[in-house]
Design a binder for this molecule. Structure first.
Ligand code: AP5
Length: 226
């Protein structure tokens, strides 16, 4: 299965991608996470992308696409993947389709997670992330057992610099302008499914499951969709 997750900042792409990847043994390829790992390690790529990320702009297509295609060469992605945050522009989507076609492959499904703007703001303002294992928390909807500490690995939780309200506004505008057209791109290919992302994590996961078929594990409980 090769899945693309689309949706605005805070829609729950990372949350749902992690569930899908765990359920189906898919590689979870998140461009934001890959860039942040480069920033943390202080690599040349990290230095190159920092100013774009800090202000909520998109990193140039060439840099981003190259990084994703290199990730595909690593173990794990050959048998299927869920893309979280990529593609984000028409040129990225075309480059992805061309690279997959060269390998005799194609995207199976593009899932657009839709959430109202006010809720997006609430989700981003309350998001905490583990520095160690990247597990996502929310102070209201998914709090850790102990404030500031990851339940999964004991790592330190932090808030992203680009989740400040002024940067979130730019990210949302960038999404509308640059990424919005991708819905039409995948619709024309007959691959788009719209997901109402406004409900609880489990409810969103159920819709995703029914749109691709199968079973998804949510926290300790399994949710089955007929
Ligand atoms: P990236 O890291 O991809 O950020 P994003 O797309 O803006 O998305 P987010 O990670 O903010 O949100 P999400 O939809 O994953 O939501 P999450 O599951 O975390 O990109 C960052 C930057 O990198 C970009 O601005 C750009 O500069 C660069 N970049 C990345 N990809 C690029 C590309 N392809 N091209 C160019 N540049 C690129 O959930 C949010 C919160 O809500 C969490 O706290 C979670 O616990 C909570 N939550 C989730 N679901 C629910 C729910 N159903 N109910 C209640 N709470 C929920």
């Amino acid at each position: 299965m090769r899945i693309v997750l689309l949706g605005p900042p805070g829609a729950g792409k990372g949350t749902q991608a992690a569930l899908l990847a765990r359920r189906d043994g898919l590689a979870h390829v998140a461009t934001g996470d890959l860039f942040r790992a480069h920033l943390d390690r202080g690599t040349e790529l990290g230095k190159q992308v920092k100013s774009y990320m800090d202000r909520g702009a998109l990193v140039p297509d060439g840099v981003t696409t190259r990084m994703v295609l290199e990730r595909f060469e690593e173990p794990g992605a050959q048998d299927g993947f869920v893309l979280d945050g990529f593609p984000r522009t028409i040129p990225q989507a075309e480059a992805l389709d061309a690279a997959l076609a060269d390998a005799g492959q194609a995207i199976d499904r593009a899932l657009l997670i839709e959430v109202e703007r006010e809720e997006l703001g609430r989700r981003l303002a309350g998001r905490w992330i583990c520095r160690g294992c990247q597990t996502l928390y929310h102070e209201r909807s998914a709090p850790p057992a102990k404030a500031g500490i990851c339940d999964a690995c004991g790592g330190e939780l932090y808030q992203r610099g680009d989740d400040k309200p002024e940067v979130v506004s730019v990210r949302l505008e960038t999404y509308e302008k640059e990424t919005g057209p991708l819905a039409g791109y995948y619709e024309r290919q007959g691959k788009l499914a719209r997901i109402d992302g406004g409900g609880a994590v489990e409810a969103v996961a159920k819709q995703i499951t029914s749109s691709i078929g199968g079973r998804v594990a949510v926290a300790a409980a399994d949710v089955t969709v007929e």
